[in-house]
Design a protein around this ligand. Structure first.
Ligand code: AMP
Length: 213
């Protein structure tokens, strides 16, 4: 089962990927998480990535493609994978097609999560993530704040989740990522689902129903 989540920053791709990973026992491949792991390693590449990511721009296609290829061809992904945050432009979408053709596998479902822009900004600016288990909460919509304990670790804020960078990320999304919606619509595998203020569970159920049918 090979699945892809599309959507603006803060649309809930990460949360839904994690829920679907837990439900079907298929690993999430988040290019954002892989890149953040590299920045945390303190390597020279990590330092360069940090600068690009904190401006809201995209990292080069070659770097993300290498990270994704390594994961997709690993044993963990034998039963399938959930792509979160890749591809983000037409060139990446076509590289992904080439890679999947070589491996003789196909994408079965692409889920586009649609969320109103004002809600997106609140979702990003309030987002906090457990530094140990990756659980995501929001300072606006829950009682948790940055620095609180999650049970496993401590909630931290991402460096690129401030209003200025989020505004840039939304602009880059509409210029570079939105065109790939049409790319997958034409392939007949796109499902549009609408997120709102009612929490992630309803969407997760919608996604599970689509997958099981
Ligand atoms: P995310 O965690 O998906 O919001 O990604 C955080 C940041 O990582 C993005 O704003 C980009 O700078 C970088 N990034 C993640 N995925 C990609 C990708 N597929 N292509 C280029 N840059 C990416």
């Amino acid at each position: 089962m090979n699945i892809l989540f599309l959507g603006a920053p803060g649309s809930g791709k990460g949360t839904q990927s994690k829920n679907i990973e837990n439900e079907f026992n298929i690993p999430q491949i988040s290019t954002g998480d892989l890149l953040r792991a590299e920045t945390a390693s303190g390597s020279k590449l990590g330092e360069e990535l940090k600068e690009i990511m904190s401006s809201g721009k995209f990292v080069s296609d070659d770097i993300v493609l290498e990270l994704v290829s390594k994961k997709i061809t690993s044993n963990d992904c034998k039963e399938g994978f959930i792509l979160d945050g890749f591809p983000r432009n037409i060139s990446q979408a076509s590289s992904l097609d080439n890679l999947l053709n070589k491996l003789d596998v196909a994408l079965e479902h692409v889920f586009l999560i649609d969320v109103p822009t004002d809600l997106i900004i609140k979702r990003c600016v309030g987002r906090i993530t457990c530094d140990t288990c990756g659980k995501i909460e929001n300072e606006y919509f829950s009682d948790y704040k940055e620095g609180d304990s999650c049970g496993d670790g401590v909630f931290v804020k991402r460096a690129d989740d401030n209003e200025e960078t989020v505004t840039n990320r939304l602009k880059v999304y509409s210029e570079q990522t939105e065109p790939i919606i049409d790319y997958y619509e034409k392939k007949g595998i796109l499902h549009r689902i609408t997120g709102g203020e009612d929490g992630p569970e309803r969407l997760t159920q919608e996604i599970i129903t689509i997958i099981n049918n």
